[in-house]
Design a protein around this ligand. Structure first.
Ligand SMILES: [Zn+2]
Ligand SMILES: [Zn+2]
Ligand SMILES: [Zn+2]
Length: 352
């Protein structure tokens, strides 16, 4: 494939994980990079905020008081989208009006007692403790008979609708496999069947590591890249180099490698426009439905909204909402910009 020929022509790219296409219009960015970096002042956040419902010792909405935790803290969401105890029921008046109950659990995990930190500004050992909690929660929730899928995700920044800057993530664990993971599972199964048992993402990662065009950073166990089919301007996929399906299969070394990558990716993001970079990120891994899933390859997606500066964001509207998502800057140029950024955070070391 001659990507150089496509580099200045409108074209579409296939996402093999979903079977969907993205429209790429690089001719719209022919002129050199003109993104003026508007540096928004980073709010000098306090290490402890007496009004934050996630800070240690503070009261939450339901009246419960947080413990004086000193690393991570996990609890049931006070406003859960899913409930564990619902009576099974199924409503279908025709093939067109179908509904059924959905059972599940929603959890919140604070990454740090510090209100003013982000993953990008935590140490690898602090991030390692967060990974330990993720792995524990994944295994514990997944072991419940009524839980067949565990989604761990983080909304970072007000632009992504995060209600609180305190570093935290959510876990929604439920009885059915949600839309996107179900689609990716099907495509991974198909690929395996059609390629003599090969894994879609193992093959894709090997190809990208060989081509070196879309890699952002990598270490022994993980690689971060802007996918060939990325929709968001600075979208990143983080995947393990070894084939395994979930975080419960991480070796100690791989956990350390994952912590390193989570910090590296978010540091590059912050450095891109010198702001606390907003994003939604989350993991895709083996469903906990007690079936063997040799097709699943553990990975994470980072979906950040910023386009040209701290204040200019990409909107999914118009053609994108009604037809096909579209992007201007190519994934190759986005990867190059992220790759060449400094590894050290622009704010310097964290003051204790
Ligand atoms: Zn807080
Ligand atoms: Zn694989
Ligand atoms: Zn995925």
């Amino acid at each position: 494939m001659d990507l150089a020929k496509l580099a200045s022509t409108p074209h579409r790219r296939l996402n093999p994980l979903t079977g969907e296409w993205v429209l790429v219009s690089p001719q719209r960015t022919q002129r050199p990079w003109q993104g003026k970096v508007e540096r928004t002042t980073i709010g000098t956040q306090l290490a402890y905020d007496p009004n934050c419902y996630l800070c240690p010792g503070n009261a939450r909405a339901g009246g419960e008081k947080n413990p004086q935790y000193d690393s991570t803290f996990a609890f049931d969401n006070d406003y859960p989208a899913l409930l564990p105890d619902v009576t099974d029921s199924h409503a279908q008046t025709s093939d067109l009006l179908v509904a059924e109950t959905e059972r599940g659990v929603c959890r919140v995990i604070c990454f740090s007692p510090r209100h003013d930190l982000t993953i990008s500004r935590m140490t690898d050992s602090e991030i390692g403790r967060v990974i330990d909690v993720w792995a524990e929660e994944y295994s514990r929730l997944g072991a419940q008979p009524s839980i067949n899928h565990v989604e761990i995700f983080e909304n970072r920044g007000a632009m992504m609708g995060a209600s609180n800057p305190h570093p935290h993530c959510q876990i929604w664990a439920n009885a059915t496999i949600p839309n996107l993971p179900a689609k990716e599972q099907l495509r991974q199964e198909e690929y395996k069947r059609e390629h003599d048992g090969a894994c879609l993402l193992c093959d894709y990662i090997a190809l990208e590591v060989h081509l070196q065009q879309r890699i952002v950073c990598q270490n022994k166990a993980f690689v971060a890249l802007v996918p060939f089919w990325a929709v968001w301007p600075f979208e990143i996929m983080l995947a393990c180099k070894r084939h395994f399906g979930s975080m419960s299969e991480l070796s100690d070394r791989e956990r350390a490698s994952l912590a390193d990558m989570l910090r590296q990716i978010t540091t590059r993001y912050d450095n891109l426009f010198e702001v606390s970079f907003p994003y939604t990120m989350g993991f895709h891994q083996t469903p906990t439905d007690n079936k063997a899933h040799p097709e699943w390859h553990f990975h994470a997606h980072y979906l950040p909204p910023l386009l040209r500066s701290a204040t200019v964001q990409k909107f999914m509207v118009g053609y994108e909402l009604l037809a096909t998502p579209q992007r201007d800057i190519t994934p190759e140029s986005a990867a190059e910009r992220l790759r060449t950024l400094p590894r050290e955070h622009f704010l310097g070391p964290v003051q204790s």
